[in-house]
Design a protein around this ligand. Sequence first.
Ligand SMILES: NC(=O)c1ccc[n+]([C@@H]2O[C@H](COP(=O)([O-])OP(=O)(O)OC[C@H]3O[C@@H](n4cnc5c(N)ncnc54)[C@H](O)[C@@H]3O)[C@@H](O)[C@H]2O)c1
Length: 268
Amino acid sequence: MKQLQNKTVLITGGASGIGKILARLFLEKQATVIIWDINEINLNETVSKLSSIGKIVGHKVDISNVEQIQNAAKKVKQDYGSIDVLINNAGIIIGKYFNEHTTLDITKTMAINANAPMLITHEFLEGMITKNAGHICNIASSGGLISNPKMSVYAASKWSLIGWSDSLRLEMKKLKKDIYVTTIMPYYINTGMFDGVKSKLPILEPETAALTILKAIEKKKRMVTIPGYMYRLARIGQALFSVNFFDWFAGSFLGIYDTMEEFIGRKK
Ligand SMILES: NC(=O)c1ccc[n+]([C@@H]2O[C@H](COP(=O)([O-])OP(=O)(O)OC[C@H]3O[C@@H](n4cnc5c(N)ncnc54)[C@H](O)[C@@H]3O)[C@@H](O)[C@H]2O)c1
């Protein structure tokens, strides 16, 4: 598909995991890629590695900081005018029981996973509305559909992201704008972010998950779980079953509520 050729794509958290693979996939489609990431070493490494494929730049941005978002957005607008595709991908997980979270753990998780996608979109949406073109893809999580121990704040941030993202889609439709919004809700992916997780359901491969995200954007899909059956499993299961039965089904039968027991996460 040629639709991404010469498009400008901004990916947050593009220096690792899914974001880094997406950066490569978009470059292979001949798009210009801008990545924002807090990790300067990984950022420089990613840009130098991928620049042989196409046009890529990296900006060091801490998206939990509103001022840094505004300054970085200003630079992108000065350099490129507006962007065509925004992928709100950066995210963090603390992976502890709620009572073990510090105040900073809570505020950081919400700032990065929930607030930043809104604030970043807010910076670029006006430009998309003026052009009447654009695509916003928000990487949420299945943790935004199914509650899970050791994930409470992460779940809160992703439930928030899903609610905002899909409401934004409806707003663009109501305003009759050709601006598409795709909400992605993956199950665990083997990127390192969730190292230590044990799961009866298969853990996804990063390349496969990233390809599904790319296809979802190309096909202007709206709500996408990876794997696909997760959406119905969560929404229909929660609608039809009692809480007791759903807890047994998700917790004991599928083992989801024990997946985080040996969570280690990404080593610093
Ligand atoms: N890995 C999984 O199992 C999984 C499952 C479902 C959803 N997700 C979501 O997919 C997205 C990507 O996950 P991943 O597995 O590739 O993670 P990852 O840890 O490999 O990459 C996340 C990137 O975000 C960056 N980042 C973190 N805080 C930042 C900040 N304050 N400012 C800018 N950048 C920041 C990190 O430096 C890193 O490069 C996340 O939103 C995550 O919640 C992941």
